[in-house]
Design a protein around this ligand. Structure first.
Ligand SMILES: [Zn+2]
Length: 228
């Protein structure tokens, strides 16, 4: 048997593993190359190329079959969770200690997450009192890779008006995040949805007595849970 030496750039490997994890390759589910291409903003041909490399690395980081899509191997999942832990701890540190605006922490953490040492990670976690959530409301995986399942759904999934709690907001688009923040829609905020249509949601956020009209795009960046 010949061993293939595969030289892989850690940063792009991490980004692939994280993307597969984010779009559903967390369990037994497989992710299509097209979905991955869309998430990463790269051509499908380069996706195939990279997935073959990840599957051929030792240990394999993914299980990949051209026509069935891809899922993370145990080693790939471990790595994805570790990068996610770095990312979310960094976001929390930037937000709470360095006082970055919420909409800026994601991009900064994207740059730093690949490079911090285990020691640095431990120090940040200790300094922050071992936080369970990042400032977007997302669970921070534990040291051993455990991460509780978050019970939430997209605001755009609701079919009736009612009272809800903001569970988390997407970290993907700084502009949307800034708008949500300006409306008082941040993790933990109470929402009272008074009406909804194809185009928009009318609601009150927190103690604000003024009604807001939220477009579907904006509402799509918000996940909620029921307010008991
Ligand atoms: Zn982020």
């Amino acid at each position: 048997m010949t061993t293939r030496r595969v030289n892989l750039n850690t940063e792009s490997v991490d980004n692939y593993l994280k993307a597969i994890f984010a779009i559903g390759g967390q369990e037994e589910e497989r992710v299509t190359s097209n979905a991955l291409a869309e998430r990463l903003g790269v051509a499908p041909a380069s996706i195939t190329n990279m997935l073959q490399k990840l599957a051929a690395s030792s240990p394999p980081l993914v299980e990949y079959e051209r026509h069935r899509g891809v899922r993370l191997s145990a080693a790939g999942r471990r790595r994805a969770l570790e990068v996610l832990r770095h990312h979310r701890l960094l976001e929390t540190f930037l937000y709470e200690v360095l006082e970055y605006p919420l909409e800026e922490v994601h991009d900064e953490a994207e740059r730093l997450e690949h490079f911090i040492s285990e020691r640095f990670e431990e120090r940040i976690a200790a300094k922050l009192g071992h936080p369970k959530f990042d400032p977007h409301g997302h669970c921070i995986p534990e040291m051993d890779g455990r991460m509780p399942k978050q019970v939430s759904r997209p605001l755009t999934d609701i079919e009736q008006d009612g009272k809800f709690l903001v569970d988390s907001v997407s970290d993907q688009d700084p502009l949307l995040l800034k708008q949500l923040k300006a409306h008082g829609i941040t993790p933990g905020a109470r929402l009272q949805v008074t009406s909804l249509s194809q185009e928009e949601f009318v609601l009150r956020a927190g103690n604000n007595s003024r009604a807001l009209r939220l477009s579907r795009t904006l509402a799509g960046a918000v996940r909620i849970r029921s307010a008991d």
